[in-house]
Design a protein around this ligand. Structure first.
Ligand SMILES: Nc1ncnc2c1ncn2[C@@H]1O[C@H](COP(=O)(O)OP(=O)(O)O)[C@@H](O)[C@H]1O
Ligand SMILES: [Mg+2]
Length: 206
């Protein structure tokens, strides 16, 4: 089966690229061989690599971020955790070999507008390569909160579709990272987070 390459990209920091990369990679690893390309291997989440292979159900391979080229064929899924930059040749190269680009955004007008340069770059790339599928992913959404009219207007103007699945603001995402595990490895505490990761995965795989 063909390899699916998924990049987490937003030139804005703190929107959830790393959190979603690792948890999605873990969820994908149950479906097929998965390689995570890590923008920040020495950074605060570098220790996550320690549990990348827990000897059980979950096993992902982790490498420094770089385009993978034809070697990717031995993997079913590639997940690229991009640094908060849009102007780095390495980031551009990674986006150019991606099938799906997820742009995590916090559901506020200010955060959305802060992502407009990233959206513009993706629209240009999609115009060149219509098979590219960029999506916004609303992250850290408060339970029962509706998107404001200003947020909806910002999204509409940027002309990038939004995934139906929203990722909630949940302490378990932070706690799992602190414990050095994914939400898949936190038992009942992580059930709601796992459920939304699974729905997110199903939505991009369909
Ligand atoms: N859905 C969420 N619920 C709660 N905390 C989150 C969520 N997503 C991300 N965070 C927290 O927000 C911070 C920034 O997330 P991170 O994934 O590092 O963003 P980025 O990689 O885009 O800079 C981290 O402390 C992370 O634990
Ligand atoms: Mg990050």
């Amino acid at each position: 089966m063909a390899t699916l390459r998924i990049a987490l990209f937003n030139s804005k920091g703190g929107c959830g690229k790393t959190t979603l990369s690792w948890n999605l990679a873990m969820g994908l690893s149950r479906r097929g061989r998965t390689l995570l390309l890590d923008a920040d291997p020495q950074g605060s989440t570098g220790h996550w690599a320690d549990w990348a292979d827990d000897g059980g159900e979950f096993a992902i391979e982790v490498r420094d971020l770089a385009p993978v080229g034809t070697e990717a064929e031995s993997y079913r899924y590639l997940v690229y955790d991009c640094p908060p930059r849009w102007d780095m040749p390495e980031v551009i190269a990674v986006l150019q070999e991606s099938d799906v680009v997820l742009v995590p955004v916090l559901p506020s007008p200010l955060d959305l507008w802060a992502s407009r340069r990233s959206a513009e770059l993706l629209r240009d790339m999609r115009a060149q390569r219509p098979a590219l599928r960029p999506y916004f992913v609303l992250n850290q959404v408060e339970v029962h909160s509706a998107l404001s009219r200003a947020s909806k207007a910002a999204i509409a103007e940027m002309d990038i579709p939004v995934l139906a699945v929203q990722v909630g603001r949940r302490a378990i995402y932070r706690n799992a990272a602190v414990e050095g595990v994914s939400v898949y490895q936190t038992g009942k505490r992580g059930a709601a987070a796992v459920d939304e990761m699974e729905r997110l995965i199903e939505e991009i795989l369909k």
